[in-house]
Design a protein around this ligand. Structure first.
Ligand SMILES: Cc1cc2nc3c(=O)[nH]c(=O)nc-3n(C[C@H](O)[C@H](O)[C@H](O)COP(=O)(O)OP(=O)(O)OC[C@H]3O[C@@H](n4cnc5c(N)ncnc54)[C@H](O)[C@@H]3O)c2cc1C
Length: 374
């Protein structure tokens, strides 16, 4: 992408660290260190694409910083994975809730493995991400035959991702924020590369229009917020609600059981798998379709739990349908959450309600992201 930008006429300044940005509608000044020397750049506009710890976003006072919308992650490369190259494997462990572990197979038996967990949970429980990562790799080796021979071949690297639920206006006098700087990461999966590129495509015409009109104030650049909200909100509002629901770690066990049951049903029903499962890394998010297909299965399972419990309905061999014990577990987990921290629990429940109302007011039949931008 960098080479393509250069071919298109961009001037690239490698080994240059921006240290401060002063942006205004009359122009932008960037202070930087280049090969040990201080340099100053001046321009009419700035597009802050400098990642999750954006200097541009910080200088403009626009970097989102709510731990409920930030995930902390760590990943490394490993050899010795015996999986199928085309198969991404995700692990939903109680220790990583709300979050997950992944193994992305690469050529030659190598794999990208990592974990991500919500920053708010990490802070509340004082969890150590490198330790969680180490324990995750150990569990993989111990419990998964295809991972028994895993050996790390790179040092683990960590980082944070700012998810869309925390995204602010992302425009200011003299500039815009794109990619991680603007919190465009999928709140459920932590996927940020594609939305970063999409946000750049949405910003480009707005910046061009500003250059053509000679106006660089926030009002002129607010067309960027209009564009990214129209494009991302229909899917991301729903994904943000899902992430908010899962924020309560007291509910980890019943959620993981329900999720395992959902996967079991999905294996026998490709349509349910395609629609109901698309909230986790789907390309065409249809909140209404997902909610209705999941609710139908859930209600069916709960209604049938009664005859199953009294032995009047047999269950398929190997299957683990919802039982009355599971329903009691939900109730107990909810009560424990409330008793442990009534203030946090009430704020969390209110947050979920608020996001539900927001979703209901923004439901759309089609996800604009499915059509893409090019
Ligand atoms: C551990 C981990 C695993 C991840 N795995 C995935 C994944 O599998 N799939 C996925 O889609 N997303 C993943 N993500 C998220 C993904 O990495 C980001 O969403 C994506 O890289 C965002 O792109 P970006 O260009 O906005 O920011 P970045 O990729 O962070 O790029 C920012 C650039 O700005 C430069 N920069 C920063 N500060 C300055 C400065 N002061 N001066 C000059 N230059 C500066 C940096 O050097 C960098 O080149 C992961 C994130 C983490 C932390």
């Amino acid at each position: 992408m960098l080479e393509a930008a250069e071919r298109a006429g961009a001037n690239v300044h490698q080994e240059t660290l921006a240290t401060g940005v002063d942006a205004g509608s009359a122009g932008v000044v960037v202070e930087a260190r280049r090969r040990g020397k201080g340099v100053t750049y001046r321009s009419r506009l700035i597009a802050g694409a400098d990642g999750a710890n954006s200097v541009v976003g910080t200088s403009a006072g626009k970097l989102a910083d709510d731990p409920r919308h930030i995930a902390v992650a760590q990943r490394a490369y490993a050899t010795g994975f015996e999986g199928d190259l085309g198969e991404v494997v995700c692990f939903f462990d109680e220790a990583l809730f709300p979050g997950y572990g992944w193994v992305f197979p690469m050529a030659g038996g190598r794999a990208n493995l990592g974990i991500g967990i919500l920053s708010e949970t990490r802070r509340r429980l004082d969890l150590n991400v490198p330790s969680l990562f180490g324990e995750f790799v150990e569990r993989l080796r111990r419990n998964h035959p295809r991972c028994a021979g895993l050996e790390l071949c790179s040092a683990p690297i960590g980082g944070i991702v700012r998810t869309y639920g925390g995204a602010g206006a992302n425009h200011f006098d003299g500039g815009v924020l794109i990619g991680d700087a603007g919190s465009f990461v999928d709140p459920m999966t932590g996927e940020g590369i594609t939305p970063a590129a999409e946000s750049a495509l949405l910003a480009a015409p707005v910046l061009r229009a500003a250059l053509e009109s000679g106006r660089f104030d926030a009002q002129q650049l607010s067309a960027y917020e209009d564009a990214f909200r129209a494009y991302f909100d229909p899917a991301m509002t729903f994904l943000d609600l899902c992430a908010a629901v899962l924020r309560n770690r007291w509910l980890a066990r019943p959620w993981l059981k329900a999720f395992a049951r959902g996967c079991e049903l999905a294996q026998a029903d490709p349509t349910f798998a395609r629609i109901g499962g698309s909230y986790f890394g789907g390309l065409d998010i249809q909140p209404f379709g997902i909610l209705s297909s999941v609710w139908v299965r859930l209600v069916e399972d709960i209604v049938l739990a009664w005859p199953r419990s009294f032995g009047t309905l047999a269950r398929a061999p190997g299957s683990r349908p919802t039982s009355l014990g599971d329903l009691a577990e939900w109730q107990a987990a909810w009560s424990r959450s409330f008793l442990a921290d009534p203030f946090w629990h009430t704020r969390w429940a209110w947050d979920v309600q608020r996001k539900t109302l927001r979703l209901l007011s923004s439901l759309q039949e089609r996800d604009p992201r499915a059509a893409g931008l090019l």
